[in-house]
Ligand binder design. Structure first.
Ligand code: BES
Ligand code: ZN
Length: 968
């Protein structure tokens, strides 16, 4: 226990702190409420709570053994009665609370250990009462201890009289406490927004992963499920919401105009899913047909019209999952609420989903189709959690990916159902797979499944590896096991573990059973296959070597790394995977086989009928999580096919080929000539995915070359291949456009305008100026092009253009439009405006809100002129920023954005120096992300040394080429 800070308040010392207690009471400002009969809760004597040290969030997180940081399982909670009264009053943002927890003792003990942090517990109110037929037996409490590092609250029973909790006996532990209504987005917090010119407050909770303990003392581990009976106090003008429906409202004694809202008891669930909101909002009831539940959307009154889309797709997605999982939604109601500020993303609280406004609301006039896609993605994601996560929960955070990764794949199936026009599933490879492969190709990546202990480590798990790699390997699994067995296996898993917890092996067992029933051929069991993908980091590159005489194809695998360090530390992992291979020579017949994990079968030889002038393509529709490399001749045959008739290869495989080839070259596994030659076919490519995959991969060349003399060549070449598409698509939307065509036009226009295409720039500036002269007209700049139009006009303009966008940003009532305008502000090329933005962003009185600051810094970091100013600013203000932003993970992203294009020795040195000097601040919760940043910069440096010249030489040749023809 020596590593654990401890502060003990004994009952006898409690009398000595009466003065402090009175001060506490006055601070909460509710003496009338307490003195008038003290119904519930009371805070007339609060023990001294240690101030939460800055350690857990930003200090050096001590490595504490799992056994110390996990709760002892001597008592288990089965019911909580939680009462909270949030005070939404300027200068007095507190929460008065009381909790009564019914426990069962499973092993004799003299103490109760549970979680609590930042809460002042009233020592005198702590009671432990034995339940049962016998007369109520109150156990004597000796002391309560706070252990600040582990965030434990230890209630010790009277040792002198040997008071103990007896095995198999039930008790009720109850206490009163005072907590904070914080201004972060964690725990129970206040959110401030302006409506009709009036500043308003609301209270919202966000518990995941480990903040329920900041709201009420509880057993805050996902496998300590219980039933929660919640009562929330509120003013007459406000509405309270919680996981379950309201069943009763009673007046609060002694507090005029205040009421308790009592909610129905929940089902058995984890603490991180408990939720409450107190707000003055409008409720919109959705039409649910003959479903067994109600479905409501809650928004601020001035945004009601923006909730129509969510109102339609919400119940539709929930009904889809009931059918897909073959299990009903078990609660009587579902609420989705849009939080106006200080809330990003969304949270799946059971029965009360919380969203940032920009991801739930959609205004057809000013929001783009992409904004609509975001709404679908988040709504389908959070609703999938109602089964995957809420009904069946991971046993511990190490298995976080089980809910986040699976859900990130399954949400695509629901999105296809609720809005097929978005073609969500089709976009999976570019939105998830290619994105996460970039991260997972670093030596400092991590396995999907990792041991975590400390809350900082738990927080660090919410990354692209858990979400996107988790989703990608789930998609791979669904493909090799088959959609039907996958679905029925999931249903079986949910049925067995409902209202309980599970580890990944439970899921593998359920799928194995189903695969056996359905007689699916697998080379080994699901667990053995999937363990290679979840327990090892990284992924393979599969190399296909054809023998053109014997027609044999030899296949090998090795770990794909963007850069191999000279690290001498031995890593005992054998980087081989059970890899499902699919291949085709015509996209009509698909062959399949497996690469085994064991060393002895490292090489697989396939014999199949294939002419030596025919290509073969592996990883059909990129359902496998791996890259593919070929011998030079097969690459050449693929290039020839692309140049003559690219549609003979599927759209997803065209995206795969471009992304694989460019990344293989980046990693030094393929000469740059091959992918660069492949890009020539793009002159005839009209589909979104191959362009998206190529431009994303080329953006690496763009960021490396941007400050080099060779950049002009790159610009000219990219414009050359983009121009035909720019000409045929045009600048303006057409009503006949599909969603992906709209996305493609935006991508093309963005690239053309940023690379200096004259017509593009003129059109963008022209429409921006027309908008400036008629600001209320929403038809001048189409929503889909608003970012690129504003960005281009600001990039080529000055203060007036910037000020206009800033004004529109401030005035807009639509959160997604605000986000679009915010990002375009960073396009300015004026150093002084950049400096002014940086200065403004940490000061909420300037018009940027606290939650905007990180976006401002991240987008400015992507601006070549802003990059160094931003790095300097970040270095100077780091300490301040760690205090302002509650989530270290947001800061990790800032750090990544600021440094990711660094590619000189000097920049590497500056970065390493900064990390070295700030070990205390950076190393704890950002250990991995800091290492990843350094890793990236090192690989940028070696890229410059190895490839820059070759690429420039190739571009020089290509730009003088009049026609692109495959060299046969
Ligand atoms: N469970 C998460 C919310 C969350 C994230 C809580 C991190 C605590 C820490 C939720 O289901 C989620 O994943 N939200 C995502 C959106 C999703 C579509 C990827 C988010 O908030 O970004
Ligand atoms: Zn999620």
């Amino acid at each position: 226990m020596s590593a654990v800070l401890r502060l003990t308040v004994t009952k006898c010392r409690a009398s000595g702190i009466v003065v402090i207690l009175i001060a506490c009471l006055m601070a909460v400002g509710l003496s009338v409420y307490f003195l008038a009969g003290r119904p519930y809760p009371t805070a007339n004597s609060c023990s001294v709570s240690p101030k939460r040290p800055s350690l857990p969030s930003f200090g050096a997180a001590p490595k504490i053994a799992q056994s110390v940081i996990r709760l002892p399982r001597t008592v288990l909670p089965h019911h909580y009665d939680v009462r909270l009264l949030p005070i939404l009053e300027k200068g007095n943002f507190t929460v008065l609370g009381r909790v009564a927890i019914d426990l069962q003792c499973v092993e004799e003990t003299d103490r109760i250990v549970l979680h609590s942090s930042d809460i002042k517990v009233d020592l005198k109110s702590v009671q432990v009462i034995e339940q049962g037929e016998m007369a109520k037996n109150m156990l004597s409490v000796e002391s309560i201890d706070y252990e600040t590092v582990t965030e434990f609250l230890i209630i010790r029973l009277n040792a002198k009289h040997k008071v103990k909790l007896a095995k198999r006996t039930n008790y009720t532990l109850s206490m009163d406490f005072v907590g904070n209504l914080t201004d972060t987005s964690a725990g129970f917090f206040r959110s401030v927004y302006v409506e009709y010119g009036v500043e308003r407050y609301m209270a919202v909770s966000q518990m995941e992963p480990t903040d329920a303990r900041r709201v009420f003392p509880c057993f805050d581990e996902p496998n300590m499920k219980a039933i929660f009976t919640v009562s929330i106090g509120r003013h007459r003008d406000m509405t309270a919401l919680s996981n379950m429906p309201l069943i009763d409202t009673t007046a609060i004694d002694g507090m005029q105009d205040f009421y308790w809202d009592h909610f129905a008891p929940t089902l058995l669930m984890s603490t991180y899913l408990v939720a409450f909101v107190v707000a003055n909002f409008t409720k919109i009831e959705a039409d649910v047909g003959n479903a067994n539940w109600k479905f409501n959307i809650h928004v601020r009154t001035s945004a009601v019209s923006q909730a129509q889309y969510a109102k339609v797709i919400g119940p539709k997605a929930q009904a889809f999952y009931e059918d897909y999982f073959q299990m009903p939604f078990p609660l009587p109601k579902q609420d989705m609420i849009a939080i106006p500020s200080a809330f990003v993303g969304a949270m799946e609280n059971w029965g009360l989903l919380t969203y940032g406004e920009s991801v739930l609301l959609y205004d057809a006039d000013v929001s783009s189709l992409d904004d609509r896609q975001t709404v679908v993605e988040l709504v389908t994601h959070e609703l999938a959690h109602q089964w995957f996560g809420n009904l069946v929960t991971m046993d511990w955070w190490s298995d976080l990916w089980l809910k986040e990764g699976f859900t990130s794949y399954i949400e695509c199936l629901a999105a296809e159902h609720v809005d097929p026009s978005l073609e969500r599933l089709e976009q999976f490879v570019t939105s998830a797979l290619h994105t996460v492969m970039r991260l997972d190709a670093l030596e400092s990546s991590h396995p999907i499944s990792v041991l975590v202990n400390h809350p900082d480590e738990i927080g660090e798990l919410f990354d692209d590896i858990s979400y996107k790699k988790g989703a990608a390997i789930t998609r791979m699994l669904a493909n090799f096991i088959g959609a039907k067995s996958f679905r029925n296996g999931l249903t079986h898993y949910l049925r067995i573990h409902q209202y309980g917890n599970a580890v990944q092996d439970d899921l593998w067992n359920a799928l194995d059973r189903q695969a056996d029933l359905d007689q699916v051929f697998l080379p080994t069991n699901v667990k053995t296959i999937m363990d290679t993908w979840t327990l090892k980091m990284g992924f393979p590159v599969v190399t296909v070597q054809r023998d053109y005489c014997s027609q044999n194809v030899t296949i090998t695998q090795k770990r794909f790394l963007v850069r191999k360090s000279n690290s001498t530390t031995a890593d005992p992992t054998v980087y081989l995977w059970w890899t499902p291979l699919t291949y085709t020579t015509d996209f009509r017949t698909i062959g399949s086989t497996w690469l085994a994990e064991n060393q002895s079968s490292k090489n697989l030889t396939l014999e199949f009928e294939i002419r030596d002038d025919e290509w073969v393509i592996f990883n059909v529709n990129e359902t496998g999580y791996y890259r593919v490399n070929y011998d030079a001749r097969n690459w050449h045959l693929i290039a020839k096919q692309l140049m003559t008739n690219h549609t003979a290869i599927s759209v997803i495989n065209r995206a795969q080929i471009m992304n694989d080839a460019l990344n293989l070259a980046r990693a030094g596994l393929l000469v740059y000539e091959v992918p660069l030659n492949l890009t020539k076919y793009l002159e005839r490519e009209e589909e979104f995915l191959p362009w998206e995959a190529t431009l994303t991969a080329l953006s690496y060349l763009d960021s490396m070359m941007k400050r080099t003399p060779g950049y002009g060549l790159l610009k000219n070449y990219v414009l050359k291949i983009l121009s035909p598409l720019y000409d045929s698509l045009g600048f303006v939307n057409r009503s006949s456009d599909s969603h992906l065509t709209g996305k493609l036009r935006r991508k093309v226009v963005e690239s053309c305008c940023s690379m200096g295409h004259k017509d593009c720039i003129t059109k963008a500036i022209d429409s921006y100026h027309r908008w400036m002269s008629d600001p209320q007209n929403t038809t001048i700049v189409p929503a889909m092009l608003k970012r690129v139009v504003a960005c281009t006009a600001i990039r080529h303009g000055g203060e007036v253009e910037w000020d206009f966008a800033f004004q529109r940003f401030r005035d807009s009532n639509v959160a997604s439009e605000k986000a679009t305008l915010l990002s375009s502000l960073s396009c300015t090329q004026e150093s002084w405006i950049i400096a002014r933005m940086l200065e403004m962003c940490l000061n909420p009185t300037t018009g940027f809100r606290t939650q905007d600051a990180l976006d401002v810094i991240k987008t400015l970091a992507g601006n070549p002129i802003g990059r160094f100013l931003t790095f300097n600013f970040t270095r100077e203000k780091w300490l301040e920023m760690t205090k302002i932003f509650s989530s270290i993970h947001n800061l990790a992203h800032v750090f990544e954005s600021v440094t990711k294009a660094f590619n000189t020795d000097m920049e590497l040195k500056e970065l390493s120096d900064f990390v070295g000097r700030n070990k205390e601040l950076l190393v704890s919760a950002m250990t991995r992300s800091t290492q990843q940043s350094i890793d990236r910069v090192r690989s940028n440096l070696s890229w410059m040394k190895q490839n820059y010249r070759h690429v420039v030489n190739w571009l020089q040749k290509a730009n003088t080429d009049v026609t692109f023809q495959p060299s046969t």
